[in-house]
Design a binder for this molecule. Structure first.
Ligand SMILES: [Zn+2]
Ligand SMILES: [Zn+2]
Length: 345
């Protein structure tokens, strides 16, 4: 089968012909119908220093956001049959550690990561351990099915951010930010401000439900947010960072309303200099981080929103490529010219 493979500790991938994986007793084999490029796949492409923390060994097949049709199942697998539509949960829990035993398998201490520590879905046939295989309702198209994974984290952010009737700021309008905007609207936010330097992405943010758009290269974010939120206590009640930009996060503390919630999703290696008394104590700020989806609670919720068509991810999908055109696909994704880039193997 065709597979995009990371073979060397340097920039780029290779398209190789590799054997279809052998199905173990607890595995599900899918014919991949759609897979999406995530920010972490771009890091693997560029091979930044961070990769060494998550990658055990080379070669490996990247791509953790994928959905396909079940073509083979192991003998211990229950609840999934041939022909089912299945998406992969990236966090493959061990089932026995403290986190797993306390209803937190998504933060498992020994978790395997589909598409990172084990082979992923940028290929024709992907092997998913049954504990990470999510049967997706037939009515959800494959292209949307592969987006359930990246939708999960912004959904949780909006959920714990308590956005209802409030003014929400979403920093960074990549796919995660776009989904955070859409879920904020669905969960009843009144003002939704999308911030990005990329005008194309700001246009998509508007389609996803942003009521105000700010380009920090064109105007002062702090002043504009304070103006817009005058009737909401002069600041954002909820801030969701999907940018991973430490400078933007630092700045956001100055427009976080007293008593506001700050949910940080963006992953950055840079330090975040805060003044605890000004930024946190007197603000009574609630600062939260998120990593992963509640298994399977978050999936159930986002699936329902896709089924009811309240959530329409279509504007976020800007490009589709075959595996043969992988180099082009990664160049588009790296350039920021599009938003979500899919492979249709
Ligand atoms: Zn991802
Ligand atoms: Zn565990």
């Amino acid at each position: 089968m065709k597979a995009i493979v990371k073979t060397r500790e340097e920039v780029g991938f290779e398209l190789l012909d590799v054997p279809v994986p052998r199905v173990g007793d607890d595995d599900v084999l899918i014919k991949v119908k759609a897979a999406a490029i995530c920010g972490s796949d771009l890091k693997f492409y560029k091979w930044v220093p961070w990769c060494k923390n998550v990658i055990k060994s080379l070669p490996f097949i990247p791509g953790h956001e994928c959905c396909g049709e079940v073509v083979e199942i192991g003998k211990n697998v229950e609840g999934i049959k041939l022909g089912d539509k299945v998406a992969a949960e990236t966090h493959v829990p061990c089932g026995v550690c403290w986190q797993c035993r306390h209803n937190r398998p998504h933060t498992c201490e020994k978790m395997e990561l589909f598409g990172h520590s084990i082979d992923g879905g940028f290929c024709e046939y992907a092997l998913i351990p049954d504990r990470a295989a999510r049967k997706v309702p037939d009515e959800i198209p494959y292209e949307y099915g592969c987006l359930l994974e990246p939708m999960g984290i912004p959904y949780r952010a909006v959920e714990i951010g308590e956005v209802e009737k409030d003014a929400v700021v979403v920093i960074g309008c990549g796919p995660i930010g776009q989904f955070a905007i859409a879920f904020s609207k669905i969960l009843g936010a009144e003002i939704i401000i999308g911030i990005d330097v990329n005008e194309k992405r700001l246009k998509i943010a508007e389609k996803m439900g942003a009521t105000y758009l700010i380009n920090p290269e064109k105007e002062s974010v702090v002043k504009r947010v304070k103006d817009i939120t005058r009737e909401y206590g002069g600041g954002a009640g909820v801030i969701i960072d999907a940018s991973g930009n430490a400078k933007a996060v630092k700045e956001a503390f100055s427009y976080l309303r007293v008593g506001g919630n700050f949910v940080i999703l963006g992953q950055t290696d840079g330090p975040l200099p805060l003044n605890p008394s000004v930024d946190i104590v007197f603000k009574e700020a609630k600062i939260m981080g998120l990593f992963g989806r509640r298994i399977w609670d978050t999936w159930e919720k986002t699936e329902k929103l896709l089924l009811s068509k309240k959530m329409n991810p279509e504007p976020v999908i800007t490009h589709r490529f075959s595996l043969d055109d992988y180099e082009k696909a990664f160049q588009v994704a790296l350039s920021g010219e599009g938003c979500k880039v899919l492979f249709i193997p």
